[in-house]
Design a protein around this ligand. Structure first.
Ligand code: PLP
Length: 373
């Protein structure tokens, strides 16, 4: 029984070693490193996988969120100072993208046990300046999209999905994350379910005009060389990353199956313990990017998991974005469930290379430390 690291990235990429080497050689020999065949092929494959008409590769998940908002500004759907509702417990990128676009992130509380946005609180957070809502599929569970869409259409809000943690997650109707809002942003940061070997991201949409605009914004505002039509940026998914992603995308269902099997074991074995387990909605197929439980004495629990059982855990996330010094002052709102969650959440190891014996090791350790209900 060896130590169990939280996410051994080298091991996770090991099954793709040969195909990735071939893909990298293909790009090297092509002499084209940006905006070439690999990117175009990946964009087609990613759009098809998500069930959208278009996918546009960009430099990171943060850029994907930010470029969507910039494009909506360019189209006149948003203007400087407009407010965007964002779940209070999430990665800081969600808030930063809104701020970077000159918009104002408004934290909305989450509900447990799903840890997804609480629409009753979203209603309370509305103001005359609210123009969009960010539907973050946190930890790889699916945000309550039907309710979010109904709420957004009743209030006239745009819906931006953040699928960074939920590649391939599906709701009960079988719809895939990325195809459920007005636009979606993805990150391919190396730790993600579909991760590259560097930074990468993508935007998905069904809207042709929006897709064309996003393609310009990611490439200096041009659609043809030296003609700068809009204020753009340099945020391109490079050919090496696109080639790696194509290789790994071919096996994504296998990866997801393994994540779901690991999560299934945890859910079954820990259901009678004094902790809060993640709770997907009926019929949903999460991506299980993270398996996050809550325990009241988190630090002690984590310490004992490492010192007594050599099991590494992580915390996603210990400080709410709205409490970060880098968060610009907005209308301040109390988000008590998110606050408590940030103090009690712990992520257990959950990835495709985790062996059954390691899953059992984690379960036994948790059972040892957490009493029955
Ligand atoms: C929910 C969420 N949104 C956005 C991002 C930003 O992605 P990136 O790191 O690729 O910029 C991340 C993660 O890194 C994330 O977890």
């Amino acid at each position: 029984m060896g130590p169990i690291p939280f996410l051994p990235l080298r091991e996770i990429n090991l099954p793709y070693e040969n195909t990735i080497s071939e893909a990298l050689a293909r790009v090297r020999e092509s002499g084209i490193y940006l905006l070439g065949d690999e990117l175009h092929a990946f964009e087609t494959e990613w759009a098809t996988y998500c069930g959208t008409r278009f996918a546009i590769g960009v430099g990171s998940g943060l850029d994907a969120l930010w470029i969507v908002l910039e494009a909506w500004k360019e189209l006149g759907y948003l203007k400087l100072g407009d407010e965007v509702l964002v779940p209070a417990q999430t990665y800081f990128a969600c808030f930063l993208a809104v701020q970077r676009a000159g918009l104002v992130p408004i934290p909305v509380d989450i509900q447990l046990p799903t840890a997804q946005i609480d629409l009753a609180d979203a209603e309370r957070a509305l103001s005359a300046r609210t123009k969009a809502i960010m539907a973050v599929h946190l930890y790889g569970l699916v945000a309550p999209m039907r309710e979010i869409r109904e709420f957004a259409s009743a209030k006239g809000l745009l819906v931006l999905e953040d699928g960074a943690q939920a590649h391939g997650a599906r709701d009960a109707s079988g719809a895939c994350v990325g195809a459920m809002g007005d636009a979606a942003a993805f990150s391919f940061y190396p730790t993600k379910v579909l991760g590259c070997m560097g930074d990468g991201g993508a935007i998905t949409t069904d809207d042709q005009d929006f897709a064309d605009l996003v393609r310009k914004i990611r490439n200096y505002g041009t659609s043809s060389k030296y003609h700068h039509e809009v204020t753009g940026f340099n945020s391109r998914l490079d050919e090496f990353q696109a080639a790696i992603l194509r290789t790994k995308l071919a096996a994504i269902e296998h990866t997801l199956e393994r994540h779901r099997a690991v999560a299934g074991h945890y859910l079954e074995a820990l259901s009678q313990r004094e902790l809060t387990l993640p709770a997907p909605r009926p019929g949903e197929l999460p991506a299980w990017h993270l398996f996050v439980v809550t325990v009241p004495s988190r630090e002690r629990f984590r310490e004992r998991l490492v010192s007594e059982f050599q099991i590494e855990t992580m915390v996603h996330y210990p400080i709410l974005p709205s409490d970060q010094p880098a968060c610009l002052p907005a209308r301040s709102r109390a988000t008590p469930t998110a606050e408590r969650h940030s103090q009690e959440c712990v992520s257990l190891p959950c990835h495709a290379m985790l062996l059954d014996s390691q899953v059992s090791q984690v379960i036994q350790a948790v059972q040892n430390l957490i009493p029955p209900k």
